[in-house]
Design a binder for this molecule. Structure first.
Ligand SMILES: Nc1ncnc2c1ncn2[C@@H]1O[C@H](COP(=O)(O)OP(=O)(O)OP(=O)(O)O)[C@@H](O)[C@H]1O
Ligand SMILES: [Mg+2]
Length: 577
C-alpha cells in the first residue's frame, strides 16, 4: 500500500475528491424515492399544488446535485487511476533498469512485459471502479435498508432472506476466483514469452524452417490462455444469473406481500412504489459489491505481481561505504582469491576455487570447452554477478569497495552475445563515451579494424543500423562492439569470444593495435582458436569450472596435456583443411 501511495500522491486531489463526490451522489439518489413517496402521499392525494411545487423543486435540485457529483466524481476517479497507472509503469521500468543480471534471471522477459502492461491495466481499472463503487455500494445498501425499514419494517423482513443467500453465493464465487486469476496471469506470461522469443529470433526461426513448430508452440500457449481465461470468466458470468434470480424473486415477494398489505389497508400505494425502488437499490448495490470482489480479486493477483518487481531487492548495489571511499581504479591489476560462484537457480558451483593474478598491462587469454564457465568467470570482474565465496580484487581492493558505476566504467567488456541499437554507427559507438569527438571515434574504429569497412558504407559513420545491427555482417558487428568498448578507454578490457567471426589476419591486426594503443590496460581475451591466444603473456585453461593449466604458450605446450590436446587437434584440422 505504501508503494501505491508513493506512485499515486501526484494525483491525491483526485483520490480524495472521487469518493467524496460519490458519497454526495449516492446519498442524493437514496433520498429521491423518499421524496417521491412524500409528494404522492402528502401532495397528490391531498391535491395540495403549492406543496407539490415546493417538494418538486427540492427533488429537481437533489437530482441535479446527484448528476453533477456523478459526472465530476467519474472524471476524478478516471484521472486518479490513469495517473496512478502511468506512474506505476514508469516506476516499474525504472526499477527494471536498476536490475542486475541476477535479478533479470528471476523474472522472465515475457513476465516482465505482462506485469508492465496487463497487470498494471488491471490495477488501473479496479482503481477507477473502486474509487466510485467501493463507497457507493455499501452506502447505497445501508441507506436503502434504513429507508426501507422506515417505510415499512414488516415488509423489510424479505431482505433477511435475500441478503444471506446472496452473501453465500458471493463467498463461493470468491473462493474460486483467486487461483483461477493467478493461473490466468501466468498464462499471459507464457504467451508473452513466446511472442517475444519468436519476434526477436524470427531470422533463426526462418533459417531453420521452424515456422510450423513455432506455430504449434504458440497455438499451445494460446489455447492454455484461452482455457485459463474461460475458466475465470465462467465464474464471473455465473455471478450475473444468480444475482438476477435473487433480485426477481425478492421483487415478486415484495410486490406480493406489499399488495396484500395495501388490500388490507395497512400500506399506501406510494410507499410500496418507494419500497420497490429501494429493493432495486439494495440488490443493485449487492451486485456492485460482487463485481468489486471479483474484479478486486483479479487486481490483488496483479498487484502482487507488480509489487514483486517493485520490491525486488536489487543486488549489486553500490554500498554506502564505496560511495564514501571514492576509490578509483588506477592500474587494472586483477586478482581472484579462492573464488567460487553459482547462479541463483541453485545447482552446483559453476566455478570452483579459482586463484590467479593478472598484472596491469598484461594480456591474458582464457581457453576451454564450451560450458567450462569462461563467461561466468569474467562476468565477476565488472560485477555483472557477485561471487558466492572468495574475493575478486582489482588494484588489490575487493570489487565491492568500488561504486558499481565507476567499476563498470573502468572495466570494458565486450559480451559474447552482443547487440547494437537502432541508430547511426556514430550513435552506437558513443555508447562507450557520449562526449567522444570524431577523432576519438575514428581512432577507436581504426584500432578495432572497423574504420575501413565503415568508410566503404554509403553514409560512413552516419550509416543507420537497424534493430540489433542486422544490416552489418557478424564480423563487422563484432568489430563495432570492440570499437565501442575501446572508446571507454578502459583500465581492464575483456573480450568474450569477440573475434570469433573475424578472420585470423584482421584479428592479428586488432591484437597488434591493443599492444600499442592499450599498452597500459589489462587485457583478458576469451577465445576458441589457439592462434588467438598463443601470443598472450599468460594462458588460463578452464575445464568444468576449474583451472587445469596456467602459463605461457611454450610452457603449456611442453607440460600440459589439455593444452596439447587442443593445440594438436586444431593444428590437424588446419593441415587437413
Ligand atoms: N544465467 C545463467 N543462469 C544459470 N546458469 C547459467 C547461466 N549462464 C550460464 N549458466 C551455466 O553455467 C555454466 C557455464 O557457462 P558459461 O557461459 O560460463 O560457459 P562458457 O565457458 O562461457 O561457454 P561458451 O564457450 O559456450 O561461451 C554452464 O553450465 C551454463 O549452463
Ligand atoms: Mg561464454
Amino acid at each position: 500500500m505504501k508503494k501505491y501511495i508513493q506512485y499515486g500522491k501526484e494525483y491525491k486531489k483526485y483520490f480524495f475528491l472521487a469518493p467524496i463526490l460519490t458519497l454526495v451522489d449516492t446519498l442524493a439518489e437514496v433520498v429521491l424515492p423518499m421524496l417521491m413517496s412524500i409528494i404522492v402521499s402528502n401532495g397528490v392525494m391531498a391535491q395540495d399544488i403549492p406543496y407539490i411545487i415546493k417538494i418538486g423543486i427540492v427533488m429537481v435540485l437533489v437530482a441535479m446535485l446527484a448528476m453533477g457529483s456523478a459526472i465530476i466524481g467519474a472524471y476524478c476517479s478516471a484521472r486518479a487511476s490513469v495517473g496512478l497507472g502511468a506512474n506505476l509503469r514508469q516506476g516499474m521500468f525504472d526499477k527494471v533498469q536498476q536490475f542486475s543480471f541476477a535479478n533479470i534471471d528471476t523474472f522472465s522477459t515475457g513476465s516482465l512485459v505482462t506485469r508492465l502492461t496487463n497487470d498494471i491495466t488491471q490495477v488501473q481499472n479496479v482503481a477507477m471502479m473502486g474509487l466510485r463503487m467501493a463507497l457507493r455500494a455499501p452506502i447505497m445498501l445501508i441507506g436503502a435498508v434504513i429507508m426501507a425499514i422506515s417505510l415499512d419494517s414488516e415488509l423489510a423482513v424479505v431482505f433477511c432472506v435475500a441478503i444471506p443467500v446472496l452473501a453465500v453465493a458471493l463467498v463461493l464465487i470468491m473462493k474460486n476466483a483467486f487461483p483461477r486469476f493467478d493461473n490466468l496471469q501466468k498464462m499471459y506470461d507464457r504467451l508473452n514469452s513466446n511472442v517475444e522469443e519468436n519476434a526477436t529470433n524470427v531470422r533463426v526461426v526462418k533459417s531453420f524452417v521452424r515456422e510450423d513448430y513455432e506455430r504449434e508452440k504458440f497455438e499451445e500457449s494460446n489455447s492454455l490462455l484461452y482455457r485459463a481465461a474461460w475458466k475465470a470468466i465462467r465464474l464471473v458470468i455465473m455471478d450475473m444469473p444468480v444475482m438476477t434470480l435473487v433480485m426477481n424473486v425478492t421483487t415478486i415477494a415484495v410486490v406480493w406481500f406489499g399488495g396484500n398489505k395495501i388490500l388490507g389497508g395497512q400500506m399506501q400505494v406510494a410507499n410500496l412504489m418507494a419500497f420497490i425502488t429501494y429493493t432495486f437499490q439494495i440488490l443493485m448495490s449487492l451486485m456492485m459489491m460482487s463485481m468489486i470482489f471479483i474484479m478486486g480479486s483479479r487486481a490483488v493477483i496483479s498487484s502482487r505481481r507488480i509489487l514483486a518487481v517493485l520490491n525486488e531487492e536489487v543486488d549489486l548495489k553500490s554500498s554506502d561505504a564505496s560511495q564514501k571511499n571514492g576509490y578509483t581504479v588506477e592500474s587494472g591489476r586483477v586478482e581472484f582469491k579462492d573464488v567460487c560462484f553459482k547462479y541463483k537457480d541453485g545447482g552446483e558451483d559453476v566455478l570452483k576455487d579459482i586463484n590467479f593474478t593478472i598484472n596491469s598491462g598484461e594480456t591474458v587469454a582464457i581457453i576451454g570447452a564450451t560450458g567450462s564457465a569462461k563467461t561466468s568467470l569474467v562476468q565477476l570482474i565488472p560485477r555483472l554477478y557477485d561471487v558466492t565465496a572468495g574475493q575478486v580484487l582489482v588494484d588489490g581492493r575487493d570489487v565491492k569497495d568500488y561504486t558499481v558505476e565507476h567499476l563498470r566504467d573502468s572495466v570494458s567488456m565486450v559480451l559474447q552475445k552482443n547487440v547494437l541499437f537502432s541508430g547511426t554507427i556514430r550513435d552506437n559507438l558513443k555508447w562507450g563515451d557520449e562526449h567522444a569527438d570524431d577523432t576519438e571515434i575514428i581512432a577507436a574504429a581504426k584500432a578495432a579494424q572497423a574504420h575501413d569497412f565503415i568508410m566503404s558504407m554509403r553514409d560512413g559513420y552516419d550509416t543507420y543500423l537497424s534493430q540489433g545491427g542486422v544490416n552489418v555482417s557478424g564480423g563487422q558487428k563484432q568489430r563495432l562492439c570492440i570499437a565501442r568498448a575501446l572508446l571507454k578507454k578502459p583500465k581492464i578490457l575483456i573480450l568474450d569470444d569477440s573475434t570469433s567471426a573475424v578472420d585470423t589476419a584482421t584479428e592479428a591486426k586488432i591484437r597488434e593495435t591493443f599492444n600499442t594503443s592499450l599498452k597500459a590496460a589489462t587485457k583478458i581475451i576469451i577465445a576458441q582458436r589457439i592462434t588467438s591466444v598463443m601470443d598472450a603473456d599468460k594462458i588460463i585453461i578452464l575445464d568444468n569450472g576449474q583451472i587445469v593449466g596456467m602459463g605461457s604458450h611454450d610452457e603449456l605446450l611442453k607440460n600440459n596435456v589439455e593444452y596439447q590436446e587442443i593445440y594438436y587437434s586444431q593444428k590437424d584440422r588446419e593441415v587437413s583443411a
